[in-house]
Design a protein around this ligand. Sequence first.
Ligand code: UTP
Length: 308
Amino acid sequence: MRQHLRGYTSAMTAPIERKPIRKAVFPVAGLGTRFLPATKAIPKEMLPIIDRPLIQYAVDEAREAGIEQLIFVTGRGKTSIVEHFDTAYELEATMTGRGKALDVLEPTRIQPGNLVTVRQQVPLGLGHAIWCARAIVGDEPFAIFLPDELMIGAPGCMKQMVEAYNEVGGNLISVLEVPHEEVSSYGVIKPGAHVAHGLTEVLGLVEKPKLADAPSNLIISGRYILQPEVMRTLENQGKGAGGEIQLTDAMARMIGEQPFHAVTFAGRRYDCGSKLGFVEATLELALGRADMADDVRALVRRLADEIG
Ligand code: UTP
């Protein structure tokens, strides 16, 4: 893939060393207010799409991309996320005693020592949540996953990004094309040189622009590969849109200083932080599952007939 990129370096900035992406930060300290009251006692990231919580899909995607260390930025009421990836002795003993296979629990097993949690005491924004992980991230480039954005692709979104990173290095964000009239709800990139199929240089980032000011219809989706210098940028950053410390603002300040590219994700993205996106993901993933597709299709047809 992208063989013709060998030897390519960004025209804007000097190349920087390409350390492998071994660590991923999962900010899960948000309040999930759009899903209240469901998220009053249950973290948004534990809401299931069929039989897996959202956080499991993100962790599966991370592992597929070769990530070794998982860093969860948690807050009050989020302990079930960590428990999900722990060993449940009583459950396993009971299942074994009843002759049930334990392979359904396999995705929840983490190599001892590879899950780290840090606390964001007050939800001051996504940028602040990422900054809370600075001591664990250390001096390495790292991935970020927003688990409420469900990305389904083959290969997965982060694997596509790591492949691009291995070619161009620096910082990368995943983007998607949306209809122009929808851009004001998202972070939008100002695209620069087209580097290769699905890979574009980024000249600027704007959070929730007015339609007339939007530099493109390419929106930032919830996957990032960033260099550790972003932590220093976040350290000195004040509040941005919505009174929150925004990751987009920190990234925007790094453009021009380090290589910055956007990978157009080849796959499907579901905004599971919104109710409609959550329902869409549930239906589409169920329709894509061999063990359910026929029954769900029949169900959807029956409902469509009844509703008219
Ligand atoms: P969102 O704004 O989508 O999540 O943040 P939210 O605040 O939980 O949800 P609503 O809007 O109130 O319904 C995107 C991601 O950033 C995390 C969230 O957990 C989510 O994964 N986040 C956000 C934090 O970890 N800390 C914050 O202060 C804000």
